[in-house]
Design a protein around this ligand. Structure first.
Ligand code: ADP
Ligand code: MG
Length: 224
C-alpha cells in the first residue's frame, strides 16, 4: 500500500498524575475508513482524540497527520495543520448561536483563507448533500438536535480535512435520530475519503463501521 495513513499514532503515552491513561498506544487510520472507538467512560477515549487532534501533546510517542510528524512543530504550524487537515465533532454541536447553519459552515473555510462567495457555495453544497438546504438560513436554536449535529458534521468537513475526529457525536440524540446522523456521517466519510475515528457507546453504530477498537491497559486494541 503506497497510500499514506491519514493518522498514525506511534507509541503514545499520557498520564494524569497517578492515572496512566495511555501507555504505548498505536493506531493507524487509512483514508476513507470509519473506525469506532468503544470503551467505558474514563478509559481514555477523549484523551486519545485530543492527542490525535493536536489539542494536547503526549508525554511520549508521536502523532503523524497525513504522514507528517507533529511533536516538533511550532504552535502556529500545529494550528495550521489542525485547521486544514482535521475536523472535530463533539457530543454537543458547539455551533455559533448567532450565525445561520450556512454561516457556521462557511466560517471555518473563511478562517482558512477562502473568499466568502466560495465558502458560502461549498456550505450550500454540503447542506444540500445533507438534505438541509431549506435550513441554510436557520440559526442553531431553530434546528432539531439531529439537524444541529448534521450541520456540525458539515462544518467539520468544510475544509476537506484528511481526518475527522468525533467524540460521542450521537451521544445526545434519541436512537432514531442517532441512526440518521450516523448514516450521514458514514456517507460523507465514503464520499470524501476522510478517515474518521468515532468514539461511541452505541454498539449498533459501532458494528456498522469498518473497524472497532477499544482501549485496554493503555493500549489501542482491535475487537470484533
Ligand atoms: P473517556 O473519554 O473515555 O471517558 P477521558 O479521556 O476523558 O476518558 O479520561 C481518561 C482518564 O483520564 C479519566 O480517569 C479522567 O479522569 C482522566 N483525565 C482526563 N483528563 C484529565 C485532566 N485534564 N486532568 C486530570 N485527569 C484527567
Ligand atoms: Mg470522553
Amino acid at each position: 500500500m503506497s497510500e499514506t495513513p491519514a493518522l498514525y499514532l506511534d507509541n503514545l503515552s499520557r498520564r494524569y498524575g497517578e492515572i496512566e491513561v495511555l501507555a504505548g498506544a498505536q493506531l493507524t487510520l487509512w483514508p476513507g475508513e470509519a473506525v469506532a472507538l468503544v470503551a467505558p467512560s474514563g478509559a481514555g477515549k477523549s484523551t486519545l482524540l485530543h492527542l490525535a487532534g493536536l489539542l494536547e501533546t503526549p508525554d511520549a510517542g508521536e502523532v503523524y497527520i497525513a504522514g507528517q510528524p507533529t511533536r516538533a512543530l511550532a504552535d502556529n504550524a500545529r494550528t495550521a495543520l489542525r485547521r486544514h487537515h482535521i475536523g472535530f465533532v463533539y457530543q454537543f454541536h458547539h455551533l455559533l448561536p448567532e450565525f445561520s447553519a450556512q454561516e457556521n459552515i462557511a466560517l471555518p473555510q473563511m478562517i482558512a483563507g477562502l473568499g466568502r462567495a466560495e465558502a458560502s457555495a461549498r456550505a450550500r453544497e454540503l447542506l444540500a448533500y445533507l438534505g438541509l438546504e431549506a435550513r441554510a438560513r436557520h440559526r442553531p436554536a431553530e434546528l432539531s438536535g439531529g439537524e444541529q449535529q448534521r450541520v456540525a458534521i458539515a462544518r467539520a468537513l468544510a475544509n476537506a480535512p484528511r481526518l475527522l475526529l468525533a467524540d460521542e457525536p450521537t451521544g445526545n440524540l434519541d436512537p432514531k435520530t442517532a441512526d440518521h446522523v450516523f448514516a450521514t456521517l458514514s456517507a460523507l466519510v465514503k464520499a470524501s475519503r476522510v478517515a474518521a475515528l468515532i468514539a461511541t457507546h452505541n454498539m449498533d453504530l459501532a458494528a456498522r463501521m469498518d473497524r472497532r477498537v477499544t482501549i485496554r491497559e493503555g493500549q489501542v486494541v482491535e475487537f470484533d
